[in-house]
Write a protein that binds this ligand. Structure first.
Ligand code: ATP
Length: 358
């Protein structure tokens, strides 16, 4: 299967005076699994539809490899597309749905049969070949949609929230299938989701979007560990934000705890310190320089206990303690001290909300 890189250079889409997509630039490598992630309305679908050729582009350019696509209609872009509502034809059998794109390309006979069979085998639906879509579960229908998208050997595979109509367990199974399929075919894939866990689990790289703009591009680990701004820190995983100050490369949290963080030494002023639940260290007896709080809720989750802790300023934070390392189950009402896994916290300029980490 051939595959292509995708370059998006300043892509913009305007509805009236509203910019649904605002000068978005992305370089997607050949064979990469690239995800557009962001809250509802941030412009992910608009961008995907511009790449597909279903939306016109008001400014900027889109390339597949060296080929500029702005004026190329959707049916000549050689893309495979999978939608959240499956969009398979209800009056065609599974096999005929899968073979549809081949027929449209005038492929016939044994070539059509073997390509359709191979795509169905890849998606493990060959035993359903003669069924009608109405006789399939949601997950099976989405497998048909995937087989139909890949059978034409597209240069690019585009997926718009393909799993969002499936139940939670099936979503996890299907995302593994999609990831394996993509790796096997080596096909450049652009995937849209608002589900950060799905994005982290499936992607080589992710573009986090907000209000038509790209906030950060990076690998799952990179955006989780080093969010570029408070929006990303908040959207990806769980973070709590504590008030603090920074001066000469030193950070003080809530006027109580001094921490070593790799912040820009030139920055002086108010900061927000983001801490993930797994990066708090809970002390049964608060020591000097720890932040004090009271446990207000303890939730046992098997491998860890999630504690809700109210700080003396009234703020409530979440802190996790892993059950294999910590045998104590703390009780509601316990006074505790909080310290930090200092190398894992992130510090942001309180005004601009941008990271000041180095
Ligand atoms: P969701 O996850 O809800 O699908 P999204 O990030 O994919 O969200 P888009 O569908 O790209 O968001 O929409 C981005 C913004 O553009 C939204 O505010 C939407 O209301 C607006 N929009 C989309 N299509 C049109 C249109 N045809 N006319 C006017 N506004 C539109």
């Amino acid at each position: 299967m051939s595959s292509q890189s995708v370059k998006i250079d300043g892509a913009t889409k305007v509805y009236g005076d509203f910019k649904a997509c605002d000068h978005v630039s992305l370089d997607i490598q050949k064979g990469e699994f690239f995800t557009l992630l962001g809250p509802s309305g941030c412009g992910k679908t608009t961008l995907l539809r511009m790449i597909a050729g279903f939306n016109t582009i008001d400014d900027g350019k889109i390339f597949f490899g060296e080929r500029e696509l702005n004026s190329i209609p959707a049916h000549l872009r050689n893309i495979g597309m999978v939608f959240q509502n499956y969009a398979i034809f209800p009056h065609l059998s599974v096999k005929d749905n899968v073979a549809y794109g081949l027929k449209a390309r005038k492929i016939k006979g044994e070539k059509l049969e073997s390509a359709a069979r191979e795509a169905m085998e890849m998606m493990q639906i060959e035993m359903l070949a003669d069924r009608m879509p109405g006789q399939l579960s949601g997950g099976q229908q989405q497998r048909v949609a995937l087989a139909r998208a890949i059978v034409i050997e597209p240069d690019i595979l585009l997926m718009d929230e393909p799993l969002c109509n499936l139940d939670a367990k099936l979503r996890v199974t299907m995302r593994t299938s999609i990831k394996k399929l993509q790796r096997k075919l080596g096909i450049t894939t652009i995937y849209v989701t608002h589900d950060q866990e799905e994005a982290l689990s499936i992607s080589d790289r992710i573009a986090v979007m907000r209000a038509g703009k790209v906030m950060q591009i990076g690998g799952p680990r990179e955006i989780y560990d080093n969010p570029a701004n408070m929006f990303v820190a908040n959207f990806i995983g769980t973070s709590c934000f504590l008030d603090g100050t920074a001066k000469n490369g030193k950070v003080r949290i809530l006027d109580a705890a001094d921490v070593n963080a790799r912040v820009d030494p030139a920055f002086a002023g108010k900061v927000k310190v983001s801490v993930r639940p797994e990066h708090f260290i809970i002390e049964s007896k608060p020591t000097d320089g720890a932040i004090c709080g009271t446990i207000t809720l303890a939730t046992f989750l098997g491998d860890f206990i999630c504690y809700e802790i109210q700080l003396s300023n009234g703020q409530i934070i979440e802190a996790n303690e892993y059950t294999d390392r910590m045998r104590i189950v703390r009780s509601v009402g316990d006074e505790v001290g909080l310290r930090f896994v200092e190398e894992r916290i992130n510090v942001f300029d309180a005004e601009t909300e941008e990271s000041i980490m180095q």
